[in-house]
Ligand binder design. Structure first.
Ligand code: ZN
Length: 309
């Protein structure tokens, strides 16, 4: 029987990851801010993102055609390398988030502990399944260790925010969720940005598409407030309603709504887990376009598909 390569691979991945993290200046800055008692929730997001970037690099540099048996990423190798590595990012993210939480709570006079979010078993398993799908090329398999690792690591912090905002809202503290759009992200994210009362936050508030670096945080007041009189809309209720309707096909729609639809289509494309290498290239192309350009490109492609039949 061939020797099990996983222990050696894990050791190499861990070494690469740790040395990457040690050299990461943003991580060093955040660690210092935690020590100084000046860290913010945004630091928490960025910490998770940086862990993701470092892990992605550690995985892609150590799982290669040369190191993998038969040059293939077998299921039992992916499962035993990628899952524990992500689990480690999950633990670190929750620890750091709790440390930051303590700093903020102290300033606000809140004496409530942090809650650890659940490890998203299903989401991670889905990722493993995608990269080990029957007949997948090594190149396509390794693409799942690229952006998706960063995205999943960011989501560990999103999960933390979601869980702790819920707990605090449940015990009667006033919680607000803020989504801040990352520079140069998409119109869909720009539309979603804002500060919302916990109960009134749009359902998509925690969602992120590929390459989305938007920041989702929450804030807690010591006393519960009447959510009906103290709304903090940055998006009006009407806008939210409009947003919900944007997907309905039968209405006559304005140019702005068409652009919004183009963004929704784009979002569906990038969040689709079934994308091929060509689609990935296409998605990158679409990402760089303005909404109007994107819609016309999309319609042209649709026309081409229809006429080709
Ligand atoms: Zn975004």
């Amino acid at each position: 029987m061939a020797t099990d390569v996983v222990p050696v691979l894990n050791e190499r991945i861990q070494t690469s990851f740790q040395s990457g993290v040690m050299k990461d200046r943003r991580i060093a800055q955040i660690t210092k801010r935690i020590r100084d008692g000046t860290a913010t929730m945004t630091d928490g997001h960025d910490y998770a993102e940086r862990l993701g970037e470092n892990l992605s690099r550690a995985l892609t540099s150590n799982l290669t055609a040369e190191t993998l048996p038969d040059g293939k990423l077998y299921y039992n190798i992916a499962k035993r390398t990628v899952t524990p590595a992500l689990q480690n990012n999950y633990e670190l993210t929750n620890e750091v988030a709790a440390d930051i939480q303590k700093i903020i709570d102290k300033d606000a006079g809140i004496g409530l502990g942090a809650v650890k979010a659940d490890f998203p078993e299903e989401r991670v398993q889905g990722l493993i399944d995608m990269m080990t799908k029957e007949g997948i090329s090594l190149e396509d398999a390794l693409a799942w260790l690229d952006e998706p690792i960063i995205n999943n690591s960011e989501a560990f912090f999103d999960d933390y925010v979601k869980e702790n905002a819920k707990v605090r809202n449940d015990v009667g503290l006033k919680a607000t969720i803020t989504r801040e759009v990352a520079f140069n992200c998409c119109d869909w994210c720009a539309e979603l940005a804002g500060t919302y009362d916990y109960d009134k936050a749009p359902p998509d508030i925690y969602k992120r598409h590929k390459y989305c670096r938007c920041i989702v945080t929450y804030k807690c007041g010591r006393k519960a407030q009447n959510v009906w009189t103290k709304r903090q809309w940055e998006s009006s209720p009407e806008q939210i309603e409009e947003r919900k309707k944007a997907g309905e096909p039968s209405r006559v729609i304005s140019a702005a709504e068409r652009a919004e639809q183009a963004n929704l289509i784009y979002r569906d494309m990038v969040t689709s887990t079934m994308e091929s290498k060509d689609q990935r290239k296409n998605n990158r192309k679409y990402k760089r376009m303005k909404p109007e350009e994107r819609l016309s490109a999309y319609e042209k492609a649709k026309e081409k598909r229809t006429s080709g039949r």
